[in-house]
Design a protein around this ligand. Sequence first.
Ligand code: SAH
Length: 469
Amino acid sequence: MDYLPVFLRLEAESALVVGGGHVAARKVDWLLKAGARVTVVAPQLSPALTTRADRAELAHIAQPFAPAHLTGAAVVVAASDDREVNAAVSEAARALAIPVNVVDSPELSSFIFPAIIDRSPIVVAVSSAGESPVLARRVREQIEALLPARLGALARFLGRRRALVQRVLRPGARRLFWERLITGPAAAEALGGNEAAAQRSFANELRGAQSESSNATSGSGLGEVWLIGAGPGDPDLLTLRALQVLQQADVILYDRLVPEAILERARRDAQRVFVGKETGDHAQQTRINELMVGLARAGKRVARLKGGDSYVFGRGGEEIEVLAAAGIPYRVVPGITAALGAAAGADIPLTHRRLAHSVTLVSGHAALDDSLDWRALARSHQTVVFYMGVAQLPRIVARLRAAGARGDLPVAIVERATLPAQRVLRAPLASVAALAAREQVAAPALLIVGEVTALATAAGLAPAIGAVA
Ligand code: SAH
């Protein structure tokens, strides 16, 4: 790290700005926002600075810079267009150990101005240590897009209630309370500008937290479990809420389908527990259930992170039954299910006005028993997506054919959808199993059946391996 980021308190402190042009004016704006008493040393002032001087928002010394001007200054900014003047300011300030910034000259500066997002009292500062201010500004824009517009109002709302929460909740319960609060209804209402509703929800949540912590048997109170859908694999396809709760989790229980790139977005010091299981391993599911309940009872915030969406072949339904029976609070954060990831990744619209009026998500395991209505799945004008179907592929094809599906019906296999190694194979139904065997398709992969799978190739898009098999 080339610079230590710190926030400087300048309220009522003296700040000296050397230079009277528009670059100086921008620095003056920030210094005034921070509450500094600004003095500008420059023979002449730009119109903007003249207006501020006329309104007595700043003091103007209409002289060339002299080291004596530094007396009493807490910070100095050199923003003149004369390199020698700027160098002289830098030298004089450093001799007196006054922090100095020379605009566009990191080598003459002891501090630099970051790119700033101001949602006071929340302030975000981004710096590239002078290497690329344009890149720093781009990063600022990306962060800015993530932050609610009324974030500052929320921070003030919470700040006004800190002392009260401090009085009524024990330290262990406090952090849990605040973390729940900022993702709950009170925060949503404060962000929406409805302070009265926010206050009502806040009072409710505080009452709840008080009775919870007086009932809790363990010292740290009851934790909670979030069932989080991690999406099909590309970390950029996490929802904003999944990112927010991953930042708060104490423990993360994650599956085989969750890549490292997604775990990297979680809280740094969260404990990670791999609970991936081979399909149909009931003992492992029991262990997962016990872990979730045990950790939550010990006061932990547990993120149960699953590929895709928890409620699409993710056993989320079974897990919430267990949590509800154990009296553990839980919340569910939806994720992009593999079928939607594959559709976008392989240019396969799942429905289409001409070609498909419905889409069905089917578990490939079900091909092993007789629970599916194969005649319904074999009809035209629909799309059928088989999950977990790689091992069952020949059997699925045989069942569909037997139920009346055409041998030349277009199908696609999408392997590792949305991941860097994504592969798309297109073929007629009759030959897809042979193609998959030849190409050694491996899990995770989806089989998508229906006319829509030929659409992208018809439109000249998305070349696919084995389009003619
Ligand atoms: N809950 C998950 C599905 C879990 S079942 C979801 O909503 O997506 C596991 C199956 O999902 C895999 O066998 C595979 O068929 C499918 N799958 C998950 N991620 C995938 C990916 N990135 N590409 C292709 N198929 C995927």
